[in-house]
Design a protein around this ligand. Structure first.
Ligand SMILES: C[S@@+](CC[C@H](N)C(=O)[O-])C[C@H]1O[C@@H](n2cnc3c(N)ncnc32)[C@H](O)[C@@H]1O
Length: 312
């Protein structure tokens, strides 16, 4: 059986991708393969979809979902930061469309048994790619109190990062913290009752986000990928990126802007002397967000932001 999935902003993504039959496209984050299915249908006849995910479960799922289109699909179990190499190895010098729908899938959250959810009691793993060796359990049990506090603050923007880290270090002196349920209880216990009551989200939300980002090196991988965008698109080709929190969105926004206007000359100069050449044009001046009906049907869409840019 294929994953249960709900793709975010399917119509908006489809419209901005601006696909035509015969196009060469990449879906860097297959997940439940909903966007991939709509993409491959839009590029027939003759188009090719390159599908990537670092989670092998997503690749297995995509094989099923995209089975009827297998002649038009190439699947890669890789990190999307490897895309330049994947394209070069295939002799491809540019594609018409690239899609990134960042973060984790519904399947990872609810079915993977890898401890992504604070609402379940599962092994504290959080690796999207199980070929990597570093797990959340290892981080939580071996990193210093300062390292943990820094991770919770930097990647989770957790106000009580130091208190949470101190609570974890105290608990692990008795016995290692090995499950998502134990960690969620420790975090909830470290956050003052008044703040806990005032929060709309579960008290462990930020710490779980921070650990997931750190375990999977999500921001570093995104930065590496973003730095290569213009090299991977044909002139007129588009990149569409959905992000789910401000740390990701900032990287996306700043990278796209730097390709559009990265001139470093003083403003007073009458003309550019630094040699900057515009390679991308941002199409979405403001990020596109999901409409109220979609948010009602799929609460995960609430924080989604779509940005699109075109190769000049
Ligand atoms: C939000 S889901 C994608 C959902 C998908 N667009 C759909 O329609 O069902 C995100 C997926 O991206 C994958 N992913 C996240 N970061 C990745 C990376 N750096 N490289 C490859 N895959 C990544 C995750 O494993 C997950 O399967």
């Amino acid at each position: 059986m294929a994953f249960e999935h709900i793709s975010v902003m399917p119509k908006e993504v489809h419209d901005y991708q601006n696909l035509s039959p015969g196009d060469l496209c990449v879906d860097c984050t297959l997940g439940g393969a909903g966007h991939a299915l709509s993409t491959v249908r839009a590029i027939l006849p003759g188009g090719i979809l390159i599908g990537i995910d670092q989670d092998n479960d997503a690749i297995a799922n995509a094989k099923k979902v995209l089975h009827s289109y297998q002649d038009n699909v190439r699947l890669y179990h890789n990190n999307f930061s490897d895309l330049p190499r994947i394209l070069a190895d295939s002799g491809i010098t540019g594609v018409d469309s690239i899609l990134l729908d960042l973060g984790f899938s519904l399947n990872q959250l609810t079915q993977s048994k890898r401890g992504f959810s604070f609402q379940k009691n599962e092994p504290l793993d959080m690796r999207m790619d199980i070929r990597n060796t570093l797990t959340a359990e290892e981080m939580v049990n071996t990193y210093t109190e300062k390292q943990l506090a820094d991770i919770f603050f930097k990647y989770g923007e957790e106000r009580f990062s130091r208190r949470v880290a101190a609570r974890i270090v105290k608990a692990r002196a008795d016995a290692p913290v090995t499950t998502s349920g134990e960690l969620a209880d420790l975090v909830a216990g470290a956050i003052p009752g008044k703040s806990r009551a005032a929060q709309k989200i579960h008290p462990a939300t930020r710490v779980f986000q921070a650990l997931r980002i750190a375990v999977n090196q999500e921001l570093e991988r995104l930065e590496t990928f973003m730095s290569r965008i213009p090299d991977m698109l044909k002139p007129g080709g588009r990149i569409s990126i959905i992000s789910f929190h401000s740390l990701e969105d900032r990287i996306v926004k700043q990278s796209l802007r730097s390709f559009e206007n990265g001139c470093t000359c003083p403003k007073a100069l009458p003309q550019c002397l630094c040699g900057f050449v515009t390679t991308m044009k941002v199409i979405t001046r403001k990020p596109v967000v999901a409409g109220p009906e979609e948010v009602k049907a799929n609460p995960m869409a609430r924080s989604a932001k779509l940005r699109v840019a075109q190769r000049v």
